[in-house]
Design a binder for this molecule. Structure first.
Ligand SMILES: [Zn+2]
Length: 327
């Protein structure tokens, strides 16, 4: 058994988890991470880690490795948070070396969507699979790919799995990444909210006007879901396009990777069947029958607990890749 420490760094929260490779959590801690200064937060991460380890009756030397789940863009090879979008004061923070020096145990740095995939692989809906893909499906769309029993990171840029930015429409909608026609520009929660704000004036009869109190700034996925459930025509058209675009992206992934499972994140499990059913209806238009029938499309097994396991799963994968742990 290996004891593992995980750090989950987000734009609003920062979580620390102490657990083991069987998925048992010994302790967790979290703090608000909005507009924080890394000069304050990094020492806190060290002292909190030490506290969790000692409260579990352990010594830091009992911990086999730590893992950092971090937002990109980042210099993953060197473990540096370069310019995470939602942490404006975190610029060029060499977090991996800092934690290695302070904790004196081995560690690794991984993109947060990859960590989500690793967490589902070891502890959630991807357990036992050799080939599966995890899609975050939230405010943005991230992905993590496990192929032939390994996390796929790609080459020098370590950017494999950026499925939100595959182009699915020529000269399509502008994406936050600068490209046009990205999958995320059609199905990410932030992009859909922006689209509603652009288009709502052309739909004065839509109940989205009433639901948002005629304040376009309030339009979001939650209101879109409400309007769709209430049979609003504009919401239904948007929902249909979102479902078609999701099916298009799922189909691409299924044809390329022939995964055993596609594991779906937040929007899918939070909204439920009305989110997934229309996608499944359209899926045959976008991939071959054999890989489609061989692929189970399921919701996250960890759901909102995924953050507690993200860094721990990264640490576990680090040991696995280095031949120090069988799993
Ligand atoms: Zn993009």
């Amino acid at each position: 058994m290996a004891i593992l420490l995980g750090f989950d760094i987000g734009g609003t929260k920062l979580g620390i988890g102490l657990g083991d490779n069987n998925g048992k959590l010994y302790g967790t801690s979290r703090c608000d991470n909005r507009n924080t200064d890394p000069a304050v937060i990094l020492p806190w991460m060290v002292s909190e880690s030490k506290r969790l380890v000692s409260e579990a009756g352990l010594k830091m030397s009992d911990v086999a490795a730590f893992g950092i789940s971090a937002p990109f863009p980042a210099d993953a090879a060197r473990g540096i948070m370069t310019k995470p979008t939602n942490n404006p004061l975190w610029r060029n923070v060499p977090i991996l070396d800092y934690l290695k020096d302070e904790l004196k145990i081995p560690g690794c740095f991984e993109n947060d969507a990859n960590c989500g995939a690793l967490a589902e692989w070891f502890f959630g809906a991807g357990k036992g699979c050799r080939d599966f893909i995890y899609l975050t499906l939230s405010s943005g769309i991230g992905g993590g790919i496990i192929a032939a029993d390994r996390l796929v990171r790609g080459g020098k840029a370590l950017s494999a799995g950026e499925v939100g930015h595959i182009c699915i429409q020529l000269n399509g909608r502008k994406c936050s990444c600068g490209m046009k026609g990205c999958y995320e520009a059609y199905c990410g929660g932030v992009a859909l909210a922006a689209r509603m704000r652009e288009e709502i004036a052309g739909h004065p009869d839509s109940i989205l006007n009433e639901l948002s109190g005629n304040d376009p700034a309030k339009l979001d996925m939650h209101l879109l879901e409400k309007a769709y459930r209430a049979n609003d025509a504009y919401a239904a058209a948007l929902w249909e396009e979102m479902s078609l675009r999701n099916a298009q992206a799922f189909g691409l992934l299924i044809n390329i990777f022939n995964p055993e499972k596609l594991v779906l994140g937040t929007l899918a499990w939070a909204i439920g069947d009305i989110y997934t059913d229309p996608i499944l209806k359209h899926l045959p238009e976008f991939c071959w029958e054999e890989p489609r029938k061989a692929c189970q499309i399921v919701c996250s097994g960890l759901k909102r607990e995924i953050g507690s396991y993200a860094g721990i799963a990264a640490a576990m994968n680090y040991l696995k890749e280095n031949g120090k742990l069988e799993c």
